[in-house]
Design a protein around this ligand. Structure first.
Ligand code: NAD
Length: 363
């Protein structure tokens, strides 16, 4: 029997080729893993009547750890996001996205080492929405008016932004515990509390209370308004350490951070709960590149290094990261996105699998 059993969800779009490359790299690093492959996404709806068959969640519940490729979410209409559903069903409340510089990535900066800790279960992602013209939307509009909360135009659609004390407490505690466990120095809570007094205001109040519990931890605490955070991240990315933030800001700032380090192709991620962990890149399914062997598998491979650390395979994770650094640093066998950032042209780039082969050859 293999030492580890990990649920593998290839996803759709570029997902299967990226997870395929990742699997080959992890196996070449000598980690003894049995992959329990489970399909999810648009491709399985016809067979199972849902994009997220129960057997996918059953497998993750059994194995406790999963890695996935991206899964497409239809824009407006169709099914809701499978990615969000997995996070919600398994209560994967912390989305952890490290953003660190890799020499040769073509990024504008070379000294970034920050970690985004995004709350994963509530905020505007809670999916509590009221369709324009519906009776429920009309009721809510009437309630806003009669309660004195404010006036909403009658022809509005409405999405709610719930922020709770309990979810904020656990995400900020997670950020502090992560900072302590990983030798970090500072946690910054990001919000828009000056405008959104009852949601982000509560987030900030609770974050401050939790920070006071960690007053003796040696971890510094500060807060920053989300718009100022965007500007300061671009001006001084080296200032930032652990950033904890509500769901939607976390989504947006994750992509900003990915841009700072050289693009979505190299930005890994993890969704962590108290019982289960699901690892996945920050990027989506990049459907225009599906099946073309061009997408960069680094984000998927680095997500696997986070997964390997999680299951105790720290040495293999370190070796894979070093090989990725050397291959990207050498600049000869890199995918189109990195080649373009470095030289301004995609000429001389290699495909997904050839890049993975270069990483494997370096291991
Ligand atoms: P995307 O991340 O798929 O692609 C945006 C652009 O980023 C691409 O056009 C490409 O230029 C670049 N890119 C992304 N991944 C890359 C890679 N590995 N290598 C090189 N370049 C890469 O974002 P999108 O187009 O907004 O979303 C496509 C679909 O993915 C949507 O349905 C969206 O909902 C879904 N999505 C899924 C996840 C997930 O599975 N967790 C996350 C984000 C988006």
């Amino acid at each position: 029997m293999a030492k580890h059993i990990v649920t593998l969800i290839p996803g759709d779009g570029t997902g299967p080729e990226l997870t395929g490359a990742m699997q080959r790299v992890v196996e070449a690093a000598g980690v003894d893993i049995e992959w329990e492959i489970r399909e999810a996404g648009a491709g399985v709806v016809e067979r199972y009547g849902t994009p997220l068959p129960e057997q996918v969640l059953d497998s993750i519940r059994r194995n406790k750890v999963a890695i996935k490729g991206p899964i497409t979410t239809p824009v407006a209409g169709g099914f809701r996001s499978v990615n969000v559903a997995i996070r919600r069903e398994l209560d994967l409340y912390a989305c952890v996205r490290p953003a660190f510089s890799i020499k040769g990535s073509g990024a504008r900066y070379d000294d970034i080492d920050l970690v985004i800790v995004r709350e994963n279960t509530e905020d505007l992602y809670a999916g509590v929405e009221f369709e324009q013209g519906s009776a429920a939307a009309a009721d809510l509009i009437a309630l806003a008016s009669t309660s004195g909360a404010g006036t909403i135009k009658p022809d509005s659609g409405i999405s709610l932004k719930p922020i709770s004390i309990s979810a904020t407490q656990r995400i900020v505690r997670y950020a502090f515990d992560y900072a302590i466990a990983n030798g970090r120095k500072k946690v910054t809570a990001v919000h828009k509390a000056n405008i959104l007094k009852y949601s982000d205001g509560l987030f900030l109040k609770v974050a401050r209370e939790v920070a006071s519990e960690y007053a003796d931890s040696g971890i510094e605490f500060e807060d920053c308004i989300v718009d100022a955070t965007c500007m300061q991240l671009v001006l001084h990315p080296e200032w930032w350490d652990v950033i904890v933030l509500p769901n939607l800001y976390g989504d947006i700032i994750s992509d900003l951070a990915a841009g700072l380090i050289g693009g979505l192709g190299i930005a890994p991620g993890a969704n962590i709960g108290s019982e289960y962990a699901v690892f996945e890149p920050t990027h989506g399914s990049a459907p225009k590149y599906a099946g073309k062997d061009v997408a960069n598998p680094t984000a998927e491979i680095l997500s696997a290094t986070l997964m390997l650390r999680h299951i105790g395979e720290v040495e293999a994770a370190g070796r894979i990261l070093e090989s990725v650094r050397r291959v990207i640093g050498a600049g000869e066998k890199v995918t189109y996105d990195i080649k373009r950032s470095v030289t301004g042209s995609t000429l001389g780039s290699v495909g997904t699998q050839a890049y993975a082969d270069a990483v494997i050859a370096d291991l």
